[in-house]
Design a binder for this molecule. Structure first.
Ligand code: PEP
Ligand code: MN
Length: 375
């Protein structure tokens, strides 16, 4: 789907040319004092376009702090009046949309626990029909690119043109370094699908901890994201939600000062020449890779025929173990990470199995249409 983004690229949303579109503020609005103190200090950094605060908080377990509700919208309105920053909050149903619009909220985002549900996203989109407000759609908690795409399409169909996506990572069963897995390939694929859609990274919910915020923010900048949403709180230790990942306004200032912004392209003819040549080499190697995969699958199909003739199972666990162990060691000798080898070889193995399945179950025979034992 081609999104109707009107004339409003992110460059026009942000007041600070050449820098990322920055959104910051507490995970949750807790009190008027906490909001005003945080907002005044965030505004004094001079780079933050939108002050954020959650008013209605979707919490994993009941009895956690679930937000102050509409009362907090008054505080957001006061932040806007007194600091000049735009203000934003999360909406999770149509009532939230109506309430937020009533208080002049400039930016609404759909959270990760909401973008998983097409009924709710549709309900929110219907409430947004004909309204001129910025809307950002967080990725769903599970790594499903089509679900994310679908949520964006629903909001776009409601006529919202100042629309963007927020990458906040994906939950996983295993305990990992970060609270949510970044799976960078998903936002990269989203960018391929919607070239001009502003893409904002939320390092706070990816990291789950202050200490990883800088590295994730820098990575987002290196991947040409358009902006960052970073949680900040006047006193993170006392925060009623997401305490471990929030930054004081001063720490946010310091983080921003350490970020390196790279240019998304170059017009230097010499550099373009060099890059062009190197990219040609990459294309040649990609072609090699495809040829090799084609050859490998042909051999897998032949093996499939033998397995069929001899009535043995496709999966031979011992052989697969032997392959994966061997390639991880060889890969590391070549400077390739075990994660890469694992992903690639699992995918290749799965594709081999699929080819062999076809041979087994469709009675696929080789070209001269003879089974192997007849040869
Ligand atoms: C939030 O931004 O505070 C929030 C609840 O985020 P997410 O939907 O990404 O969990
Ligand atoms: Mn939060």
């Amino acid at each position: 789907m081609v999104l109707n983004l009107g004339n409003s690229t992110i460059a026009e949303w942000r007041g600070y040319k050449g820098k990322p579109f920055l959104i910051s503020g507490p995970c949750s609005a807790e009190s008027e004092e906490q909001m005003m103190e945080t907002a005044l200090q965030i505004a004094s950094i001079g780079q933050v376009s939108v002050f954020r605060a959650g008013i209605w908080k979707p919490r994993t377990r009941p009895n956690s702090f679930e937000g102050v509700g509409s009362e907090g919208l008054k505080w957001l309105r006061r932040v806007k009046q007194e600091t000049g920053m735009l203000v934003g909050t999360e909406v999770a149903n149509e009532k939230h949309v109506y309430e937020a619009l009533k208080y002049g909220i400039d930016l609404l985002w759909i959270g990760a626990r909401t973008s998983v549900n097409p009924f709710t996203v549709q309900e929110i989109s219907d409430a947004l029909n004909g309204v001129d407000v910025m809307v950002l759609i967080k990725n769903p908690i599970n790594p499903d690119i089509d679900l994310w795409t679908g949520a964006i399409e629903r909001v776009a169909k409601a006529g919202i043109t100042r629309i963007g996506a927020i990458h906040r990572g994906f939950s996983s069963y295993e305990k990992t370094l970060y609270r949510n897995q970044p799976n960078w390939q998903l936002p990269i694929e989203l960018r391929r699908r919607f070239h001009d859609l502003p893409l904002i990274c939320d390092p706070s919910h990816i990291a789950g901890s202050r200490k990883y915020l800088h590295e994730i923010s820098q990575k987002a900048m290196d991947l040409n994201f358009d902006g960052l949403m970073i949680e900040s709180h006047i006193n993170p230790a006392q925060a009623l939600s997401d305490s471990a990942q929030q930054l004081t306004p001063n720490d946010l200032r310091e983080l921003l000062s350490r970020l390196i912004y790279r240019s998304p392209g170059t017009s230097d003819p010499k550099l373009l020449d060099v890059l062009g040549e190197l990219r040609q080499q990459i294309d040649i190697y990609d072609d090699h890779l495809l040829d090799i995969l084609e050859q490998r699958m042909k051999i897998a199909e032949t093996i499939g025929k033998y397995k069929k003739e001899n009535n043995i199972t496709i999966l031979q666990s011992a052989r697969w173990d032997e392959i994966i162990n061997k390639v991880v060691v060889r890969g590391s000798d070549k400077g390739l990470s075990p994660e890469l080898i694992d992903v690639i070889f699992k995918a290749i193995h799965q594709e081999s199995i699929n080819h062999q399945m076809k041979v087994m179950n469709n009675g696929l025979q080789d070209k001269d249409n003879k089974s192997l034992s007849e040869k």
